[in-house]
Ligand binder design. Structure first.
Ligand code: SAH
Ligand code: DHB
Ligand code: MG
Length: 222
């Protein structure tokens, strides 16, 4: 691995395509200040999420795993004026920090942060008849990724895009005997995604400042 080079190239790409404004830098600082793990997507991954949301003309976005709202801000900024994003977060402190960051970004009215276990919140969304969503970003705890995906699929419109972060895990994903519950979770998810006839899907490997990982992309066939 050439982590130094990957980080330098990441910075080059960020400077060209994904410069952070005050709201995004303040979000990064808030994680440091609050002792919250620095596991947000990178700037250019945020820009990639933004680009996907624009490309599918997203008006309704669902995010599973808010943290401090960093990816939320990149995604919500792709919404039209009447667009809405619902983001699910289990940790009340993360949710509160995210609420402030999202308000500071000026998109508070577009974003609904729901606090609780995503499995319960997803069931509620389905019961409410929420959606259908144009884009879903899965980025919470890894063991239930397959269940998050099944729920995301039920909540998606035909032609929607479902994206899942952290599905390569520094290559650990190719080891069927890896005992890490997160690796087991993403392996189960990746297999289910590959076998599901309702989606056209693949995984792209990602390298950069945030290390070596990957994102799964699934297009919900019309
Ligand atoms: N999408 C964010 C990063 C999310 S990190 C970004 O890129 O900016 C993962 C988040 O998922 C953490 O905040 C964690 O508290 C939350 N999480 C973990 N388990 C969860 C669960 N069962 N339900 C909802 N959120 C959960
Ligand atoms: C972890 C979670 C993430 O969503 C991520 O992007 C990186 C790391 C983690 O739980 O360690
Ligand atoms: Mg992630």
């Amino acid at each position: 691995m050439n982590q130094e080079l990957f980080t330098a190239v990441d910075q080059y790409i960020d400077a060209l395509f994904a410069p952070e404004d005050e709201a995004l830098t303040a979000t990064v600082r808030s994680l440091e200040a609050e002792g919250i793990p620095q596991i947000s997507v990178s700037p250019n991954q945020g820009q990639m999420l933004h680009l996907f949301a624009l490309q599918c003309k997203a008006e309704k976005i669902l995010e599973i795993g808010t943290l401090g709202g960093y990816s939320t801000i990149w995604l919500a900024r792709a919404l039209p004026r009447h667009g809405r994003l619902i983001t699910l977060e289990i940790d009340p402190k993360h949710a509160e920090v995210a609420r402030q960051n999202i308000a500071n970004a000026g998109i508070g009215e577009k974003v609904d942060i729901r606090v609780g276990n995503a499995l319960d919140l997803l069931q509620q969304l389905e019961a409410e008849g929420a959606g259908p969503f144009d884009l879903v970003f899965i980025d919470a705890d890894k063991p239930p990724y397959a269940e998050y995906f099944e729920s995301a699929l039920r909540l998606s419109r035909p032609g929607a895009l479902i994206i899942a972060d952290n599905v390569v895990r520094e290559g650990q994903v190719i080891d069927p005997d890896n005992p890490d519950e997160r690796v087991i979770g993403v392996r189960r998810f990746n297999k289910m995604l590959a076998e599901n006839p309702r989606v056209c899907a693949t995984i792209i490997q990602t390298v950069g400042a945030k290390g070596y990982d990957g994102m799964a992309l699934a297009y919900v066939k019309p």
